[in-house]
Design a protein around this ligand. Structure first.
Ligand code: GTP
Ligand code: MG
Length: 503
């Protein structure tokens, strides 16, 4: 028998972005070719997709460490790195995705629904893409951004319309086996059912699904028996059916106290989902009571004797059946279908067309038009923290070994208005400013200062090297000086773009 796993913690590592390349086009007689470094490819995402092919989270249980492919680095000659391949993990419909704080991030209720659980890092731009009027031959490129890394918790909450509740051996599995084609294990010992079973019930042209979960006993909420863990599989149901054993010889047990005992446990079950699926708590779900095993004469007597009392006491419809003898099943089926249909009308199904759930954006990026916020650092007097998707990405993409790259970053931050926002927030020169993982001393630039930080040529040594001319180049240069040839005409029909490459 397959092991059934309905909760796993996954350690996700989306693909890192590839690094951009800083390269200068080199050709004989063309010492000052333009920047031709290609961009790094984006890292692969890790995507969860609800699929009809899988019914448990077992596979993921055995390989909880999941890593998507990184993007390839850019290369010279304008070659861009390939994108890392996305990794699609199939999960059963009904899988709820939570972050490590237990907050629900997505609920994959319909087949085909997708959720990007970890996003690949952006590839870094190569120096060809970074070139601009002011920065003609950048001597740096942007680094690939690391892919997202975090844990997610997956919980399977089966998609059933009807949930069966009852003591062990009450006949839940027997009932599902006579109502549907499902063939769960049936036994005359308690806790025969160790994993939820789903069955499809046909009533005329209509169908609904029914979930059989392991039996509950008093104290289940404290972990007695198999505990309440399996109740998550009946959380989405439209109706709960109490299956009551009216033939039990157990002293101290009778149908009414059985129902009350399970209701007590149910009241203690707290659903993580109640607010998100709009179904409310399990304890508020409609109920019916099914008095089973009435093929036993004393049991039938007891059931008929208690029927009215139960209806009055709990206010729920009561059905007298025998799963073993297939008695009383038709009225039960029709009643269940009726409640399920009412529920479906009131709760239109999640639209399967919404295939990809876009990840919720960081609050700051949504609420703020600029895409970032400046906050006072709660830990240091006079220090500030800049939060926002973009500035944080820019930091991650910066090669802090390269002055020119740092200059580019400073320029970018100033242009995005971070500088101004820091001033407004009361930051002064030398203030400690943190963006993402990096903390630095703030040296404000005026708009003019920003310009002076940009150098047309850059500090890339490959550029420096081009100024150490070869013999052929020296010859060209002297010919050009004497007006014999045009300095920018390489004789190959291609005229170098002075404006762009000659600073
Ligand atoms: N006489 C009689 N026995 C029944 C009836 N329904 C179930 N049983 C018997 O009761 C015992 C338990 O039945 P199951 O269907 O396995 O009970 P369950 O509620 O699924 O039990 P757990 O999975 O352990 O919680 C088995 O021996 C069944 O044959 C019935 O209508 N009449
Ligand atoms: Mg069972």
């Amino acid at each position: 028998m397959n092991r059934f796993v309905d909760r796993v913690v996954l350690h996700l590592m989306a693909g890192d972005g590839g690094n951009g390349c800083a390269s200068i086009h080199r050709e004989k007689f063309k010492p000052l070719g333009g920047p031709d470094g290609g961009n790094g490819g984006h890292g692969g995402d890790i995507i969860l997709e609800a699929s009809p092919q899988v019914h448990t989270l077992l596979d993921l249980h055995y390989r909880p460490h999941i890593k998507a492919q990184r993007g390839a680095n850019g290369a010279g000659d304008h070659r861009n790195g390939a994108r890392g391949e996305d990794l699609v993990l199939e999960v059963p419909a009904g899988t709820v995705v939570m972050n490590d704080k237990g907050e629900v991030m997505a609920d994959l209720t319909a087949h085909g629904m997708r959720y990007i659980a970890a996003e690949g890092g952006h590839g870094g731009l190569g120096n060809a893409s970074l070139a601009s009027r002011a920065r003609k031959a950048p001597g740096f490129a942007l680094k690939g951004e690391p892919g997202e890394q975090h844990d997610v918790i997956l919980e399977l909450k089966s998609m059933a319309d009807v949930g069966l509740l009852g003591f062990p051996s009450a006949g839940k599995s027997s009932l599902i086996s006579v109502l549907s084609a499902a063939k769960p294990k049936i036994g005359d010992y308690p806790f025969t059912t160790l994993q939820p079973n789903l069955g499809v019930v046909e009533v005329g042209h209509e169908t609904f699904t029914i979930a059989d979960v392991p039996g509950l006993i008093p104290g289940a909420s404290e972990g007695k028996g198999l505990g309440l863990d399996f109740l998550r599989h009946i959380e989405r149901t439209a109706v709960l059916a109490h299956i009551v054993d009216t033939a039990t010889m157990d002293p101290g047990r009778d149908p009414i106290s059985d129902i009350e005992a399970l209701e007590n446990e149910l009241a203690l079950y707290e659903s993580a989902l109640s607010h998100d699926v709009g179904l409310g708590d399990l304890k508020d779900r409609p109920r019916i009571v099914v008095l089973n095993k009435t093929d036993v004469p004393e049991a039938l007597e007891l059931a008929e004797f208690l029927k009215e009392d139960i209806e009055e006491k709990f206010g729920w419809p009561v059905f007298i059946i025998s799963a073993a003898a297939h008695q009383g099943l038709e009225p039960l089926k029709y009643k269940l279908l009726e409640i399920v249909q009412q529920h479906r009308k009131a709760n239109p199904k999640a639209k399967a067309e919404v295939r990809t759930i876009i990840r919720p954006q960081a609050v700051d990026a949504v609420s703020n038009k600029q895409g970032f916020v400046v906050e006072k650092d709660p830990e240091f007097e006079g220090a500030f923290i800049v939060r926002g998707t973009k500035p944080e990405r820019w930091i991650r993409q910066t090669d802090f070994e390269n002055d020119e790259a740092i200059g580019y970053l400073a320029d970018r931050l100033a242009r995005a208005g971070v500088e101004e926002a820091l001033f407004k927030a009361g930051a002064v020169e030398g203030a400690q400013v943190t963006i993402g993982d990096v903390t630095f001393e703030w040296e404000p630039m005026t708009a003019a200062g920003a310009d002076s930080l940009m150098t047309g040529r850059g500090t890339d040594i490959r550029l420096e090297r081009t100024t150490r001319a070869s013999a052929a180049e020296r010859k060209r240069a002297s010919q050009a000086r004497r007006g014999l040839i045009d300095e920018f005409d390489y004789g190959d029909g291609e005229v170098a773009d002075r404006d762009r490459w000659q600073g």
